[in-house]
Design a protein around this ligand. Structure first.
Ligand SMILES: [Zn+2]
Length: 495
């Protein structure tokens, strides 16, 4: 069996990495043709110019929204007229894809600088071509990967968190698709089998997003770079790119391609549609329920779509869904790498089941949300001194509470009770710390254990969480409460 593993020439990541761009480009040439998305053209490129122009010259052009054949040809003519010897892209996935295609058609080296971590496009040799209306048209496999991928995480951290979440949706698919290819001996982007390296990196990609995704999103919401953000940016950009390209693709990306046939999905990002493709693929490939639960919970925590409505599709008709399913099952699609029977009817069923499961979970979360609102008054009641030997307070807990986009609109993303170890603070034996019972249960949450006889109050404070449940239990030493031991029948008695 032959395996092939594809890599970019060099990958540079970190806060302030843009300061290295001039030096990196000087390795590749002296006449640099830049293709930039509108915002980077005005705000990212200008401060870099003195450094880059100290060793070369620059001509910059604005990217025209869609990565179409017409747009690639337009940029190609401009680059040739300029006499460019390198192509550099700064912007989002479509801008980078267009630059990779221009470089491939002109035989020039290409550097890509993603300003958002929303897809796995940067490191790959793949270029996705759309129509002018934004409908997926085809995938072009270019002769080589980018010569340089440079990611400044300080820039990524300032971008709307929705982009980072979308990149996690794309990264989420990587391991499931590579694993399917491993089982079915499906082909990767080079037309060969995936290597051990690709499978291991795909798994690392999934585990990184699963374990660090929420913390990274929180950091991005605050506009700061943290180790969690660095990890997830690397997963979204490098691991996801290496994983899909060398490990192979499966159903999730084919279902993404199918979903683009419905106009309602066009305002949703690649990774958001891929994430829903992952959910449908879990149904289609009969994955274990614990995995299904893990992925739905992750999507809810980081605000990825779990229903048709989340993707702007409302309640699609069977005819519309059949269109999606048939497009997903086109002969050239990677869905045929899945180690199960594939047909439009089976994909249609998986789509409907994935949406139904998403709606069921939202209903459950909605009920918890209602209980949380009732909780606020109860939390106030709990502030007094109590008579008891041990009092366990669980005002729990979590779910992503993010501020999305530039609108500042707050969105409830889901709720998943968690009970975690935390700080121990000495407090009055009779009074839990007032600040820990936040005045707004939507912005604070705590899992608490107050032991009157120990004079300690143990709690964990989590930002962007919602109180979803209040329970009080006496007489147990187990602070890792399960719902079953949080009984409302045992409320504390005030004196
Ligand atoms: Zn993708």
């Amino acid at each position: 069996m032959l395996t092939a593993t594809l890599f970019p020439g060099r990958y540079v990541q970190g806060a302030g990495a843009l300061s290295r761009l001039g030096g990196e480009l000087a390795r590749l040439g002296t006449k640099h043709f830049f293709i930039c998305s509108p915002h980077p053209l005005e705000h990212v490129l200008p401060p870099l110019l003195p450094g880059i122009e100290s060793t070369g010259s620059v001509r910059a052009e604005r990217f025209g929204r869609e990565c179409t054949d017409v747009e690639i040809e337009r940029l190609l003519v401009l680059a040739k007229d300029y006499g460019a010897d390198t192509i550099t892209a700064i912007g989002g996935g479509k801008t980078l894809d267009a630059a990779k295609a221009v470089a491939a058609r002109s035989g020039l080296p290409v550097a890509v600088v993603p300003t958002i971590a929303s897809t796995d496009a940067p490191c790959s040799s793949v270029c996705i071509i759309y129509t002018a209306e934004g409908v997926f048209e085809r995938v072009d496999i270019l002769p080589k990967n980018p010569d340089l991928v440079l990611v400044d995480t300080a820039v990524i951290a300032k971008a709307p968190p929705r982009f980072l979440a979308s990149g996690m949706g794309d990264a989420l698919a990587t391991w499931f698709e590579a694993d399917s290819c491993r089982i079915s001996r499906g082909r990767n982007i080079a037309g060969e089998s995936g290597s051990m390296t690709a499978h291991a990196l795909s798994r690392l990609c999934y585990e990184t997003v699963r374990d660090w995704g929420q913390a990274a999103l929180t950091a991005c919401s605050a506009g700061v770079v943290t180790p969690a953000l660095e990890r997830v940016v690397e997963a979204n950009t490098l691991l996801s790119g290496l994983g899909f390209e060398s490990g192979g693709l499966g159903a999730a990306h084919s279902i993404h391609n199918g979903l683009t046939a419905l106009a309602g999905s066009h305002s949703y990002y690649h990774g958001e549609k891929v994430a829903f493709g992952v959910l449908a693929s879990l149904v289609l490939t009969d994955r274990p329920l614990n995995i299904v639960d893990e992925v739905y919970a992750l999507c809810a925590r980081i605000g990825l779509p779990t229903t048709f409505a989340d993707l702007g599709l409302g309640e699609p008709t069977d005819a519309e869904l059949l269109l999606v399913a048939e497009k997903s099952c086109a002969p050239e699609e990677s869905i045929h790498n899945e180690p199960v029977e594939i047909s439009p009817a089976l994909v249609l069923a998986a789509l409907k089941a994935a949406d139904a499961e998403g709606r069921r979970r939202k209903l459950c979360d909605g009920e918890l949300k209602g209980r949380a609102q009732k909780t606020k008054g109860l939390a106030d009641q709990l502030r007094g001194p109590f008579v008891c030997q041990k009092l366990y307070i669980c005002i729990a807990v979590t779910g992503a509470y993010t501020v999305s986009g530039s609108t500042g609109q707050k969105a409830w993303q889901g709720c998943q009770p968690t009970f975690t170890d935390a700080q121990t603070l000495p407090v009055s034996a009779s009074t839990p710390p007032a600040h820990s019972l936040g005045s707004d249960p939507y912005q604070s949450a705590l899992v608490g254990r107050w032991e009157a006889h120990h004079d300690t109050y143990t709690y964990r404070y989590q930002n962007f969480c919602m109180c979803s449940r209040v329970g009080v239990h006496r007489g147990t030493t187990d602070s890792r409460h399960q719902e079953s031991v949080c009984q409302r029948s045992e409320w504390p008695r005030k004196v």
